[in-house]
Design a protein around this ligand. Structure first.
Ligand code: V47
Ligand code: SF4
Length: 359
């Protein structure tokens, strides 16, 4: 029989917990008991260090052929509010980022019906020459699959060309919930969960590190969340290419998903992060994306197994178009203060988790 005591014994002994045990934790009400286990699992991996990076997000276009039901960011071509940044503007933002001390640009966008694959290669090349010190973390598995379709190239070839143009690693978006029945409800046009996993497998084989996200707090069940994490844990056993797991709290405003709830609760946010820390024993980092969580829950999550607070971001569109109440960006000093006040040691890192400086 599964009890909190048997799970606790596994965690204390450094053993992996099962999917049934993770599900038990989702249905268990003692948040602090779960948090304690997560804090222990995290402390073993990361001590008291909490990572952040100085980065800037750039979303080259919000025009997207997919129009996922949860996404308030995307537009159809020609619709009010649709935009596509010129290459010059993208380079200007990358240049400003480098000038202001960023070490990373994070680039994701919609699946544009008219832009050619060469535009994305050119974007990488142009950033590399304008801001050579920046690491370029770009394109979700969903975009990579789209590039392979529009260019008529294999996914392997797409990776080869993007890496040669300057791609350094991949963010974790597009995973949503990998369970097919859920995808049919929230993003029927998007690549399947198994295709997402396959593209990431190929990315890792090509030598790229990536993250993995989970969009939660909409139509999915807690069993779906566990199934999602199980798929990630299995792939990580095979490739070891994931760096961070990032649960993304659903922002409900302006979304086409007709739900009774208007977003996640603080308890659910903390529980989800803590269970992820305990269950994903082969992931080094659990990231609290403060943009979706709000700064206060993100800070409290540092006592619930989280060891990464993402970055300065500078300009955020995906969550804010969907009603996120957090600011658009945080200063480096703001992030450092937030981590210190949680009794942890702030460590600025680069994209690949090499420490740059402790504060
Ligand atoms: O894939 C879209 C999500 C993702 C909403 O890898 C929404 O370091 C909440 O992946 N409410 C893109 N989420 C963002 C992303 C990300 C963010 C920060 C860091 C990293 C990383 C990756 O945003 C999409 C989708 O899952 N999203 N709409 C919404 N209404
Ligand atoms: Fe397009 Fe991504 Fe938004 Fe889906 S989540 S509509 S793929 S931009």
């Amino acid at each position: 029989m599964i009890t909190i005591e048997t799970i606790s014994a596994h965690v204390h002994a450094g053993q992996r917990i099962t999917s049934d045990e993770a599900l038990f934790l989702f249905r268990f009400n003692d948040l602090l008991a779960i948090g304690e286990l997560a804090a222990l699992a995290n402390e073993r991996k990361n001590g008291t260090n909490v990572y952040f990076n100085v980065n800037r997000h750039i979303n080259p276009t919000n025009v997207c052929v997919n129009r996922c039901a949860f996404c308030a960011f995307s537009r159809t071509s020609g619709e009010d509010g649709a935009y596509t940044l010129a290459l010059d503007e993208i380079c200007k933002r990358a240049h400003e980022a480098e000038r202001d001390g960023a070490t990373e640009v994070h680039i994701v966008g919609g699946l544009h019906p008219d832009l050619a694959f060469e535009f994305y290669e050119e974007t990488l090349r142009a950033i590399r020459s304008t801001a050579p010190r920046l690491h370029i973390k770009a394109f979700t598995a969903v975009e990579i699959e789209y590039f392979s379709r529009i260019a008529g190239l294999t996914v392997e070839k797409v990776f080869e060309r993007l890496i040669s143009a300057g791609l350094g690693s991949m963010p974790g978006g597009g995973a949503e919930i990998l369970v097919e029945e859920v995808r049919q409800k929230i993003c029927p046009e998007k690549i399947s969960g198994s295709r997402w996993l396959e593209i990431i497998r190929l990315a890792h084989r090509a030598g790229l590190k990536s993250n993995a996200t989970m969009l939660y707090g909409h139509v999915e069940s807690t069993a779906d969340r566990v199934a999602h994490m199980e798929m990630l844990r299995t792939l990580q056993d095979e490739t070891g290419g994931f760096q961070a797991f990032i649960p993304l709290a659903f922002q409900a405003e302006n979304s086409d998903l007709k739900l009774d709830i208007k977003g996640t609760s603080g308890i659910d946010d903390l529980k989800t992060l803590a269970i992820a820390r305990v269950y994903l024993d082969n992931f080094d980092h659990i990231k609290a994306y403060w943009i979706m969580l709000g700064e206060k829950i993100a800070q409290v999550s540092l006592a619930f197994g989280v060891n990464d607070l993402d970055g300065t971001v500078v300009e955020e569109k995906i969550g804010h178009d969907a009603g996120a109440q957090s600011p658009q960006s945080m200063t480096k000093e703001g992030i450092i203060r937030l981590i210190r006040k949680a009794g942890k040691v702030p460590v600025e890192r680069d994209t690949l988790y090499h420490p740059i400086r402790s504060y």
